[in-house]
Design a protein around this ligand. Structure first.
Ligand SMILES: NC(=O)c1ncn([C@@H]2O[C@H](COP(=O)(O)O)[C@@H](O)[C@H]2O)c1NC=O
Length: 538
C-alpha cells in the first residue's frame, strides 16, 4: 500500500538560513560557502569539508558537534543520524513534524551541498576490489535522496556547476529559493544517485561475472545537448559513462563544428572498425557513411590506405567519417581534405597535419590517444518498446588458426590474408554483409540488405563502378576474395560472387545446405573457408 502524504502546502519561497556541506570534490566550495556566509547562512559540514571551510576563515560547525557523536568506522558513519536526517526530512509546516523537531532539538537544513565519493573515478583507475567497495558512498546518497524528497523545503545541490545558480536564485528572491528551482535540483539529485548506483551495480556485475543480473541500470552524465537527433525534428543529447575505452566519448576534439548525433554514431563505428587492425603491423583507414564502411584499407602508410579506402567507393565517401589506426600525418591530411569530410578520428595527429586540417574550419578532428581493444568485453544496449536489449559487444575475432578449409582448393597465402581482412571488415557492416577485398583493401561492400544475394549484387556493382571511376577496364572484384557475415543459405549467393570474379570465400558455414554450397565452390574451382563464427550486425 502506498504511503499517505501529509496534507501540507509546498511553500514557493524558502529563506536560506542553514546549510550542510559534505563534499569529496571541493571545486568552488569556498566561494559558495563564503557567499552564503556573507548572506548570514549558518554553515555545517562533515570532517574534511569543515576543515577546508575553517582554513578559509569561515565559521563552520562540524557535523560531529551537531549530532554529539564523532565520525566513526573510518568515515563509514558521519551523517547517518536523526539530527542530520531529521533536519533534512522534517516537514516544517506539518504540526507533528514541527513538534517532534522541537522536542528533539532538531534544526532544519535549507541547503544541502553534497558530492559523492569518487566511485566512478576509482574504478576507472582499475582500483582493487576493497578500494572500490570503500569508495561506495552511503551517507552521501542518503542525504542527497532525503533532501531531494523534501524539496518542498530543501535545496539540494550535487554538482559544483550549480553553485552559481544557487547564488543567483538567492539574489533574485531576497535570500530564498523558489519551489521551481528546488524541484529541478531534486530531479537532478535523484538522477545523480541513480547514475551512481548504476555504476556500482554495473561494476558488481562485471567483477562477479554476472551476465544477466536481475535488474539492469545504465548511468551517464550529460556531455552535450545536440542541435537535433538522427533527424531535425528529434531532440538528442550525448551522455558519457566514464568508460575510458578510447573512442568518440573520450577523444579530444582539436577543431571543427560540434559533433552531431549521426557524427557520433558514425565516428564510433569507424573507430571500432579501424581498431581491428594492429597499428604495429599495418596502417588502416576506414571511411564510414550511415554507420557502414564505404571503404576500408590497410597499407604501409596512412596516406596509401586512405587512397585505397577511397577507391573502394569514391562517390559514397563524400561527407564521410574517416578513421585511422595510426597518427594522422601531413600527407594523409592533405589527401583527406581534398573531398568534403565530416570527421577525422585518429589516435593522434602531427602538428603539420593539424595545420592542414585547420584550413577546413568545419571539419572535426578528434584525437583519441589510443585505440580500443576489439577483444575486450563490454556491453551494447538498444531500446525496444518496453525493454532494453543488452548483449556482450561482438569481441569475436577470427584468426587463420580458426579457419576450416572446406574446398578441394586451399587458399593461397595472399588469399588467406585477404579473407581474414574481409571478414574483419564484414563484422562492422550491417547485415546482410558482403565484402569483396583484394590486397588488403575492400573493393566492393554490400550492406544492410534483406537478401544476401542483393548484398552480393550491390557489392559486385560497387566493385565495377569503382573500377570505372579509376579508369580501369576490369572490375576490381576480379581476383578478389569475398566475405559473408553469415552463411550462404543456398549456392546462389556464392555463385554470384564467383561470377563477379572472387577466387576465395570466407563465411561462417553451418547452413543445412553447406554441402551444396561447398560442391558449387569446388565446381567453380574456388577456395572456401568456414569461420564457425557469425557476425550479424543490425
Ligand atoms: N557515511 C556517512 O555518513 C557519510 N556522510 C557523508 N559522506 C560522504 O563523505 C564525503 C565528505 O566527507 P569529508 O567532508 O569528511 O571529506 C562526501 O563525499 C559525502 O558524500 C559519507 N560517507 C560515506 O558513506
Amino acid at each position: 500500500m502506498a504511503v499517505l502524504a501529509p496534507k501540507v502546502e509546498m511553500p514557493d519561497l524558502v529563506p536560506m538560513k542553514r546549510a550542510l556541506f559534505s563534499v569529496s570534490d571541493s571545486t568552488g566550495l569556498i566561494d559558495l560557502a563564503r557567499a552564503l556566509h556573507e548572506r548570514g547562512v549558518a554553515l555545517v559540514a562533515t570532517g574534511s569539508t569543515c576543515k577546508a571551510l575553517v582554513s578559509a576563515g569561515l565559521p563552520a560547525t562540524n557535523v560531529a558537534d551537531v549530532i554529539g557523536f564523532p565520525e566513526i568506522l573510518g568515515g563509514r558513519v558521519k551523517t547517518l543520524h536523526p539530527m542530520i536526517h531529521g533536519g533534512i526530512l522534517g516537514i516544517r509546516n506539518e504540526p507533528t513534524h514541527a513538534a517532534e523537531m522541537a522536542e528533539h532539538g532538531i534544526e532544519p537544513f535549507d541547503l544541502v551541498v553534497v558530492n559523492l565519493y569518487p566511485f566512478e573515478e576509482t574504478i576507472a583507475k582499475n582500483a582493487d576490489y576493497a578500494t572500490a567497495v570503500e569508495n561506495i558512498d552511503i551517507g552521501g546518497p542518503a542525504m542527497v535522496r532525503a533532501s531531494a524528497k523534501n524539496h518542498a523545503f530543501v535545496t539540494i545541490v550535487v554538482d559544483p556547476a550549480d553553485y552559481a545558480s544557487v547564488l543567483e536564485t538567492l539574489e533574485a528572491n531576497g535570500g530564498a529559493t523558489s519551489l521551481e528551482f528546488r524541484k529541478h535540483l531534486a530531479a537532478k539529485a535523484f538522477a545523480r544517485t541513480a547514475a551512481y548506483d548504476a555504476t556500482v551495480s554495473g561494476w558488481f556485475a562485471r567483477v562477479l561475472d554476472i551476465e544477466t543480473p536481475a535488474y539492469r541500470s545504465f548511468g551517464g552524465s550529460l556531455r552535450e545537448v545536440m542541435r537535433y537527433g538522427e533527424n531535425p525534428h528529434q531532440s538528442a543529447a550525448f551522455y558519457v559513462t566514464g568508460d575510458k575505452r578510447p573512442g568518440v566519448a573520450t577523444a579530444r576534439q582539436l577543431q571543427g563544428k560540434q559533433l552531431s548525433y549521426n557524427n557520433i554514431n558514425d565516428t564510433d563505428a569507424a573507430y571500432e572498425l579501424v581498431a581491428e587492425f594492429d597499428p604495429d603491423e599495418t596502417a588502416a583507414v576506414a571511411i564510414i557513411k550511415h554507420a557502414n564502411p564505404s571503404g576500408v584499407a590497410t597499407a604501409s602508410t596512412i596516406a596509401e590506405a586512405y587512397e585505397l579506402a577511397l577507391r573502394s567507393d569514391p562517390v559514397s565517401a563524400f561527407g564521410g567519417i574517416v578513421a585511422l589506426n595510426r597518427t594522422l600525418d601531413a600527407e594523409a591530411a592533405r589527401r583527406i581534405v581534398e573531398i568534403f569530410t565530416e570527421v577525422i578520428i585518429a589516435p593522434d595527429a602531427t602538428d603539420e597535419a593539424v595545420a592542414i586540417v585547420a584550413a577546413k574550419k568545419n571539419l572535426r578532428l578528434l584525437v583519441a590517444g589510443g585505440l580500443p581493444d576489439p577483444a575486450t568485453p563490454g556491453l551494447t544496449v538498444r531500446t525496444v518498446a518496453g525493454g532494453l536489449l543488452v548483449q556482450n559487444r561482438d569481441a569475436g575475432r577470427i584468426g587463420v588458426g580458426d579457419l576450416k578449409i572446406v574446398t578441394r582448393r586451399t587458399p593461397t597465402a595472399a588469399e588467406l590474408a585477404d579473407l581474414i581482412f574481409a571478414f574483419r571488415v564484414a563484422k562492422h557492416v550491417k547485415s546482410n554483409a558482403i565484402v569483396y577485398a583484394r590486397h588488403g583493401a575492400t573493393v566492393g561492400i554490400g550492406a544492410g540488405q534483406m537478401s544476401r544475394v542483393d548484398s552480393s549484387t550491390i557489392a559486385a556493382k560497387k566493385a565495377a563502378d569503382a573500377a570505372r571511376t579509376a579508369g580501369l577496364e576490369e572490375t576490381l572484384a576480379k581476383g578478389s576474395v569475398v566475405a559473408s557475415d553469415a552463411f550462404f543459405p543456398f549456392a546462389d549467393g556464392l555463385l554470384a560472387a564467383v561470377e563477379a570474379g572472387a577466387t576465395a570465400v570466407i563465411q561462417p558455414g553451418g547452413s543445412m545446405r553447406d554441402d551444396e554450397v561447398i560442391a558449387a565452390a569446388d565446381a567453380a574451382g574456388i577456395a572456401m573457408v568456414f569461420t564457425g563464427m557469425r557476425h550479424f550486425r543490425h
